[in-house]
Design a protein around this ligand. Structure first.
Ligand SMILES: Cc1cc2nc3c(=O)[nH]c(=O)nc-3n(C[C@H](O)[C@H](O)[C@H](O)COP(=O)(O)OP(=O)(O)OC[C@H]3O[C@@H](n4cnc5c(N)ncnc54)[C@H](O)[C@@H]3O)c2cc1C
Length: 312
């Protein structure tokens, strides 16, 4: 693959920025990170894969992530990288869209693969089809989700350069008045090797304890389908898998009471091994798994847990 000379990356989330920095090396000779943070965050980003960091300042007072847009616009206009990748967080998407509008181009949204000929692939129709697209813009702008480049490790010995840049204040009509911590536990599902995922086959929130017990026994993270996190609100949104949630490639994915709709499966169908328990033998998930157990999870799970405990 002929590498691009300069690929830039931005994310308002440090873990996603690190992941994209490392992955961007598959695309560009030199990876530059646009960072909201301080010197110690810059050092971490360099260890993750950035060759150069533009340190744009910190999120303090009423300053919001989108207020960094004029600073980014100026840097992009001055240096014109071939590609700039935004992590597809809510803010990342917003920034990518506004930068693209400013530059008179469009965003290569939710890219899942960059090909050698400069084209990229993205899922369409809720994940049922793949479209191949290419940007002819002077500076191509893309958004990429967590998990696309896979988990990356830090290289403590990596060296890079940091350059402080002047923050250009935004002429924004919106000011941040207050910041309050969500209080929820943060989870990085993309780093998990084993995952136990729950779906609407569970009748009560209380019953998720069975899944948690299984997860603990095998050292797995808990994930879920969208209705469990959005609607039932039994688990935080960070834990739902699929086209609009987390996409990842764990070694083992155990789906409990999950029907296997495409919008969910695109998030996990790259897992090395998928096991499903579902009481409906016609459930679509059985066409997409390595091992399937047709049965009531309320009977199968306690037996499985008992056997695992006995084997310990
Ligand atoms: C634009 C769009 C985006 C979406 N994005 C996502 C996404 O990112 N992620 C996502 O997950 N969904 C997403 N969805 C929703 C998705 O289409 C499905 O509705 C959802 O994934 C279904 O969740 P589920 O499998 O938990 O529930 P259901 O489809 O209701 O399936 C429950 C399953 O449990 C089984 N079951 C019931 N009782 C038992 C039992 N006792 N023992 C064993 N099995 C049992 C049933 O047979 C059934 O197969 C999206 C939808 C749209 C329209």
């Amino acid at each position: 693959m002929s590498l691009m000379k300069n690929v830039w990356v931005f994310s308002d989330k440090q873990d996603i920025l690190a992941e994209i920095c490392a992955g961007a090396h598959q695309l560009g000779e030199r990876v530059t990170a646009l960072l909201i943070g301080n010197q110690s965050t810059a050092d971490e980003v360099i260890k993750a894969g950035a060759d150069h960091v533009y340190l744009m300042g910190e999120l303090d007072g009423s300053r919001m992530v989108e207020d960094f847009l004029p600073t980014i616009e100026k840097l992009v206009e001055d240096h014109k990288p071939e590609l700039i990748i935004f992590g597809n967080t809510k803010r990342g998407k917003l920034m990518a869209g506004r930068l693209a509008a400013k530059r008179g181009t469009s965003v290569l949204a939710d890219v899942i693969e960059f090909a050698e000929d400069g084209t990229c692939k993205r899922r369409v129709y809720g994940g049922a089809a793949i479209s191949t697209i290419k940007s002819n813009a002077e500076v191509a702008i893309a958004t990429v989700g967590s998990g696309v480049f896979g988990p990356q490790s830090l290289d403590e010995s990596r060296q890079g350069t940091t350059e402080k840049v002047e923050f250009i204040p935004a002429d924004s009509k919106i000011k941040c008045l207050e910041r309050r911590a969500k209080g929820s536990v943060t989870v990085n599902l993309t780093a998990a090797k084993r995952v136990v995922a729950v779906g609407r086959g569970f009748a009560e929130k209380e019953d998720l304890k069975m899944a948690e017990e299984l997860a603990e026994l095998i050292g797995a993270e808990i994930a879920c389908t969208r209705p469990i996190a959005e609607g039932l609100d039994w688990l935080p949104r960070e834990r739902y898998v699929g086209v609009s949630g987390v996409m990842f490639k764990p070694d083992l994915y155990i789906a409990l009471g999950i029907s296997g709709q495409i919008q969910h499966m695109v998030g996990c169908n790259q897992s090395k091994t998928i096991i499903a328990i579902n009481k409906d033998k016609a459930a679509p998930i059985f066409k997409q798994v390595d091992y399937g157990i047709v049965g009531d999870l309320y009977k199968v799970l306690p037996t499985l847990i008992e056997k695992l405990k006995a084997g310990k």
